[in-house]
Design a protein around this ligand. Structure first.
Ligand SMILES: [Zn+2]
Ligand SMILES: [Zn+2]
Length: 387
């Protein structure tokens, strides 16, 4: 079955919503206008219940089916943009310098609203659909906030699904996989306190730059010598700040970076090795080294049965050869991971065509994907909540 006729009819209207949201990007939890837009639309559609302010600025709409009592499934979109300046040159480009929808969350929100409109019109299912609009996906763990706020219990959500666009994947295609699909994203900061002094008398100093350089090199062995080569890990030092003059060895150096993994065991190992390496090198050179390790988003792990349901809905819409059930996992992070820790569910990617990449200043969500995304959501709801 191809995309639903009604979803195709909705494309023009949903594209308008998407472009409107695109002109007015908002960051992290400060998505008040976007959340108000979502709330107004849900009210217009006549959904049965709307709750705002969940997880600070999240919105949930509950749509009850016409085919009787039943379970509730959750379908989630994210609303926030990124702190960067757009260069797409599109007529609907961001009107605010330093804020931009460079991850397509405007498209995700618009497509889920389109599906909500469709489902509120037809209600051809039993039980209920909770449409979830979350703030702060880009680093604020807004999804986690909504879970902590009791969203799953409040709406009796039994399964939860998420969708993200993927540049480079043709429009009309979908992809997912069972198990880890997105990485955990941790951050570390290493402070090296040595002893500063004259650059011409290095023997009287404890040079934090030399020690920092050895730490950077030693950290490379986590991927190459500590973790099983069949498993994935990224350890990247992305900051190295020290010194201010050509003739002074500084007191202190600061390193910062990120760790990405697809398995909890590898995550634990990487954290342990970073601390161990720093402790050892600190002892060897007589420097005080502090490691601050912050665990951010956990691994996004798709559940087996629900991934099967997501892939069947996608296949129903797009046809078998347009759907991959064996997509390679990615080392980016997703805070939908927190919803998948709270309830079984699955995260799926939808083709965004040949556009600039995510988080690129030239990126724009592809409106051609809209009817495919709406159709996927509607089909998923109708299949999972069939009478
Ligand atoms: Zn992003
Ligand atoms: Zn995103």
């Amino acid at each position: 079955m191809p995309i639903l006729n009604r979803a195709a009819e909705l494309q023009t209207e949903v594209t308008e919503w998407r472009r409107h949201l695109h002109t007015k990007p908002e960051l992290l939890f400060a998505v008040e206008n976007t959340a108000a837009f979502v709330e107004n639309k849900l009210r217009e559609f006549g959904v049965d219940e709307i709750v705002t302010g969940l997880g600070r600025t999240g919105v949930v709409g509950l749509i009850k089916g016409n085919l009787g009592e039943g379970r509730t499934i959750g379908m989630r979109a994210d609303m926030d943009a990124l702190p960067m300046t757009e260069t797409s040159g599109k007529p609907w480009a961001s009107t605010t310098a330093g804020k931009m929808h460079a991850c397509g969350h405007d498209g995700h929100t618009a497509m889920l609203l389109g599906a909500a409109k469709y489902l509120a019109e037809t209600r051809n299912f039993k039980g209920a659909v909770a449409v979830i609009f979350q703030p702060a996906e880009e680093g604020g763990a807004g999804g986690h906030e909504m879970v902590k706020d009791g969203m799953m219990e409040r709406f009796a959500i039994e399964e939860v699904y998420g969708m993200h666009n993927m540049p480079g994947m043709p429009v009309g295609q979908f992809g997912s996989r069972v198990g880890p699909i997105m990485a955990s994203t941790d951050e570390f900061t290493i402070t090296i306190d040595g002893r500063g002094g004259h650059a011409a008398q290095p023997h009287k100093t404890i040079d934090p730059i030399v020690i920092g350089s050895q730490i950077v090199t030693a950290l490379q062995t986590i991927a190459s010598r500590s973790v099983d080569p069949l498993f994935s890990v990224v350890v990247s030092v992305t900051k190295f700040n020290a010194g201010f003059a050509h003739n002074i060895i500084p007191e202190q150096a600061l390193l910062g970076g990120t760790v990405r993994t697809l398995m909890p065991e590898v995550r634990d190992l990487a954290e342990h090795r970073i601390k161990q390496i720093c402790e050892g090198l600190g002892a060897a050179y007589g420097a005080k080294i502090k490691v601050a390790y912050a665990r951010n988003y956990p691994v996004t792990v798709n559940h087996r049965d629900e991934t099967g349901h997501a892939l069947s809905a996608a296949t129903n819409i797009a046809g078998e050869n347009q759907v991959s059930g064996d997509l390679d996992p990615m080392m980016g992070g997703e805070d939908f991971s927190y919803m998948l820790l709270a309830r079984p569910g699955a995260f799926i990617f939808i083709g965004n065509g040949d556009t600039a990449g995510l988080h690129n200043p030239g990126y724009d969500f592809n409106d051609e994907a809209i009817p495919h995304g709406i159709s996927y959501w509607v089909k998923l709801a109708e299949m999972r909540l069939a009478a």
